[in-house]
Ligand binder design. Structure first.
Ligand SMILES: *Cc1c(COP(=O)(O)O)cnc(C)c1O
Length: 370
């Protein structure tokens, strides 16, 4: 018999994926059933309900797209954008750039307001650029490339710009969902996409999305068909809705996985979970600073699930991360774009968001620095 693949033991402290809890691995391994089986249809309803709680929304169209986070972005933007639409994107890292690039490829006229990487968005620059009408105003809630979280007041500022310009507010919540409060309805977010392999602690493969009634109106008022057959939400929502009309085969076992992962988050309690992510990150940040390292982001803008720290002088980035992986079994992320070779990105997501896990990294750092 051909041999099976046995993954090495790793502590995943990068920007995602994080380690999958045993309960979720078990759920993923349960027997596959048909995607139109009544038991599966019941599971789909439960998944939608749990997702609404996690997102803080009553939005009817709240479903996991069969794709990774970037696929969710493609789905949301392909459905909301028509050629010639004006889109305003606040960019403060790699994922904001990706958002703008995706909108541009869909034929939008994109106004990109680039702000300092490692800082929050510059609302006055965005406001100044917001002249005339826009279809969408968008940003990345939790910038995993830098470790910055947009504050509720920043989101309020974006909502105001969207109101003034007649736009929908669209947010990438890939690294905030289940790690930091998202609260779509309270914050007036019209459309979002997320991922499973960040704070939800499920393997990659699904992208939870949600669209407000206002976003659905925009979808219904389209004058051109959605060019992506696979991501056409009017067809996908018929599969997830009352019609149960076949569109594509849902990744059955991944749906078991997200159901279990959301169950774990809900039984922990969302506030408790956010608090745990915050405390773990504070412990890590304090430990890094005690060792003389410099954090990239100022305290008020920090994203708890992901900490970015400047690589100390004299330490070789690739060699350090290689030894960390080989000698300690710990994976962390390097910098992206202009921050490549400048920073490390340390994720404390899902069940890794504990002081004990932060300590494991700090001890490994000490051992490698001796
Ligand atoms: C990881 C990530 C993505 C992309 O998700 P994939 O699952 O890798 O496609 C998008 N946005 C943010 C903020 C991310 O952290």
């Amino acid at each position: 018999m051909a041999s099976s693949f046995l993954p090495p033991e790793r502590l995943l402290l990068g920007p995602g994926p994080c380690n999958t809890p045993r309960e979720v691995l078990k759920a993923l391994g349960r027997p596959t059933i048909g995607h139109l089986d009544p038991a599966f249809l019941d599971l789909m309803n439960q998944v939608r309900d749990r997702l609404r709680t996690l997102f803080g929304t009553r939005n009817e169209l709240t479903i996991p797209i069969s794709a990774t986070g970037s696929g969710g972005m493609q789905a949301v933007l392909s459905n909301l954008i028509e050629p010639g639409d004006r889109v305003l994107v606040g960019v403060h890292g790699v994922f904001g750039k990706r958002f703008a690039d995706c909108a541009r490829r869909l034929g939008a006229e994109v106004v990109e307001v680039e702000c300092t990487w490692g800082g929050t968005l510059d609302l006055s620059a965005l406001s100044a650029a917001a002249e005339g009408r826009f279809k969408l105003v968008g940003a990345v809630h939790a910038e995993t490339s830098t470790g910055v979280l947009l504050s509720p007041s920043c989101l309020g500022g974006l909502r105001e710009i969207a109101d003034r310009t007649g736009a929908l507010l669209v947010l990438d919540t890939v690294t905030s969902l289940a790690g930091m409060p998202v609260e779509l309805d309270e914050r007036g977010v019209d459309a979002t996409w997320s991922g499973t392999q960040k704070c939800l602690a499920c393997p990659p493969g699904l992208s939870p999305i949600s669209l407000s009634p206002r976003a659905l109106e925009v979808l219904e008022a389209r004058s051109t068909p959605v060019t992506s057959w696979y991501f056409d939400l009017s067809a996908i929502s018929k599969y997830w809705g009352a019609e149960r009309a076949y569109h594509h085969t849902a990744p059955i076992n991944m749906i078991y996985g997200i159901h279990e992962a959301m169950g774990l988050a809900l039984s922990e309690g969302m506030d408790e979970r956010f608090e745990r992510h915050t405390k773990a990150a504070k412990h890590l940040c304090a430990g890094l600073e005690e060792r003389g390292l410099t954090l990239l982001v100022q305290e008020s803008d920090r994203l708890a699930p992901l900490t970015s720290v400047r690589i100390p002088d004299g330490v070789e980035d690739a060699a350090f991360r290689e030894r960390l992986l080989e000698e300690h079994g710990i994976e962390i992320g390097g910098g992206l774009g202009p921050l490549a070779g400048q920073i490390w990105r340390i994720g404390l997501m899902g069940e890794n968001a504990t002081k004990a896990t932060a300590e494991r990294f700090l001890h490994a750092y000490d051992a490698l620095s001796r």
